[in-house]
Design a protein around this ligand. Structure first.
Ligand code: FPP
Length: 258
């Protein structure tokens, strides 16, 4: 078995398909889902939380090892104050209501992003969830909150500059590239094999810019609140048919040797 694919036979995923080890997800379309029903945008976010619950469970069932969700970007603060307040409220509800179940299901929960801008009670809930689930070895769930890819790269560059300032030398470019990952917020996670974005938008929107260098992208037209296990299986099926080269012409060899 290769290190980034996990061959399984499961439900709607074909028997010979490969499940990505790490899926990153841009959950988009909550607002349009609500608009289409004549509801306030916040109703779309509420339904989005239900979709999040479903997809976390489905990912674990399908054998995905790492799932990273873009829940709140560093740009999302620019949304109307009431919408931001509701998103933060839903996040607290999710953490309060889900943490025990996630723990029971052996899920490890981590948060990336600059949490210092979050409210004290939200930070406490995150800390408690991270501590409670720290030793879990099932699905490794990461939620990106107040996260921006460029911010992360800037933090990493600053951390590296400080480190070399203390060491007292300027590293060569190979050393910078090989050590850079260890300064990222995702230093303990493998790079995503598959990035899924819902709602028909085809952008990366400042998510995991370094980490997605060789990820396969699947764009689903389904709005996030409607996204379910079948849609996840379809995305996995599409991923499974891709020929991953990692900039190489001989990717299959590389995959089977690693
Ligand atoms: C994008 O839809 C979605 C968000 C900005 C927030 C995503 C958050 C959730 C799914 C719920 C909270 C998550 C957790 C983990 C509790 P949009 O509002 O940009 O939709 P639009 O593009 O149709 O306007």
């Amino acid at each position: 078995m290769s290190d980034n694919k996990n061959h399984i036979s499961n439900g709607g995923v074909a028997a010979n398909s490969t499940v990505p080890r790490h899926i990153a997800l841009i959950m988009d379309g909550n607002g349009r889902w609500a608009n289409a029903r004549g509801l306030p945008r916040t109703a779309g976010h509420k339904a989005g939380v239900e979709a999040t619950r479903r997809v976390v469970r489905s990912s674990a069932e399908l054998g995905v090892k790492y799932l990273t969700l873009f829940a709140f970007s560093s740009e999302n603060w620019r949304r109307p104050e009431a919408e931001v307040r509701e998103l933060m409220r839903l996040l607290r509800i999710y953490l309060r209501s889900e943490t025990a179940d996630l723990h029971k299901d052996d899920v490890r929960l981590r948060v990336i992003g600059d949490r210092m801008m979050l409210a004290e009670d939200t930070r406490q809930l995150i800390d408690q969830a991270e501590i409670l689930t720290a030793a879990n070895t099932g699905l490794q769930l990461t939620i990106a909150l107040n996260y921006g890819g460029r911010d992360e790269l800037a933090f990493a560059a600053q951390g590296m500059i400080k480190d070399y300032h203390e060491k007292g030398y300027v590293p060569d470019i190979e050393e910078v590239e090989s050590r850079f990952k260890s300064f990222l917020m995702t230093k303990d996670l493998p790079d995503p094999d598959l990035l899924i974005r819902t709602s028909g938008e085809r952008r990366i929107s400042n998510f995991l810019l370094w980490q997605c260098a060789y990820s396969e992208f699947v764009f689903s037209d389904v709005l996030w609140p409607d996204f379910d296990k079948t849609d996840l299986e379809q995305a996995i099926q599409e991923f499974s048919g891709r020929d991953r080269r990692f900039g190489n012409a001989i990717c299959q060899q590389r995959l089977t040797k690693s």
